[in-house]
Design a binder for this molecule. Sequence first.
Ligand code: 4AD
Ligand code: MG
Length: 439
Amino acid sequence: MTDATETQVSPSIADLPNHVGETVTLKGWLYNKRAGGKIRFLVLRDGSGYVQAIVYRPDVSDSVWEAADLATQESTLEVTGVVREHPKEKGKVELAASGVTILDLCHDWPITPKEHGVDFLMSQRHLWLRSAKQVATLKVRSEVESAIHDFFYTRGYTRTDSPILTPAACEGTSNLFETQYTEEEKAYLSQSGQLYLEPVCAALGKVYCFGPTFRAEKSKTRRHLREFWMVEPEVAFLEIDGLMDLAEEFVKELTGRVLDRRGEDLKRLERDTSKLEPVLSKRFPRISYREAVEILKGKGFPVTFGDDLGGDEETALTEGFDTPVMVTRYPVSIKAFYMQPDPQDPDVVLGLDMLAPEGYGEIIGGSQRIHDHDLLLSRITQHALPLEAFQWYLDVRKYGTFPHSGFGMGLERFVAWMCGVPHLRECIPYPRMLYRIYP
Ligand code: 4AD
Ligand code: MG
């Protein structure tokens, strides 16, 4: 049965090219306005995209003309018009407006086209999110999240999530967030889901977790958030070389997906995508930490075996490469307690860091895990970790132990690199940083 009155279609702006010739009604926000004598160009946005509505004085009623005149940036509008092909830009459409209604007139929108300081923008983050570059960044983030799930799903992984409240540290104690769990007991916000993923790996073989992680970073850098999202696969019977292959395949696939599907957003971000193309086809260089030290010495850095590599060192190591670089076999002394020592060279561990080019630094950290019970026990003791809290973790090595490996990728680090955004604070809707928890 069809209704006697034809219902008005209200597609999203992104869907308008499928409605050329139809009259549609859109609801959204005024992004931008230009005015000529008898004409007003209203750029409307609804989150899915942007469209220009043309209000031509001779074609509209007085009230419509007045609304078009009054509408201010970020006013909520309802606009009706005929969808037509854009006269200059192929594949794009515009709207010949016949109706404009102001649903809410916006006064004193604080984010004007003039230059604002970062502190101001961060305090207005809830509004700043509406800006075109912020919207584009969040779209890339969402694409990466869904590509991550597709990557693992199509390869037979099971997603299992790790707890956020934990009784002990995973990645060292210097940046733990502590909270009162019960009157007697403390809990810590998780720094990584890895430890909890390892027993699940023994149950399900190939697993991953993806969730928020917390580190009370005590310095302000562009690469550190106090709350960030990490994706962590863990694979039974996988060893270090296989882990490196997995990490490389993963980054290649995610990059391809962003280039394929978020081209418009990358353009809005003015991202030079030719810098990302090589990632798709070239093999990522793999160097050992010992080699890295020699390279850095050659570049004038005063590093010796046992030193941690900071941001400047990471940037220097990737210079001259247009793909990420994988550094492996770090000294035992600077890496986590659970990393498997190299049987050929027991002073180093079978761990890897993947460093992104263009100065984006470490995007992935991972390793083969110690699977020998007694060796792990001695590491826990050496690191002065509370043995009672790790009994369950040791059990994985007690009952049917198995070599296994995994890594963690910081979502915001990866998104920053894809978008060419220098600071992680723009790669998460509400960044949590030192001295900043509002809004
Ligand atoms: O290298 P990390 O500390 O490794 C782990 O936590 C392992 N347990 C992961 C595993 O093997 N399952 O952290 C992994 C990644 C880093 O490479 C980086 O991308 C990101 O997490 N990361 C941060 N991102 C934003 N802000 C911070 N403060 C970060 N710390 C680490
Ligand atoms: Mg690391």
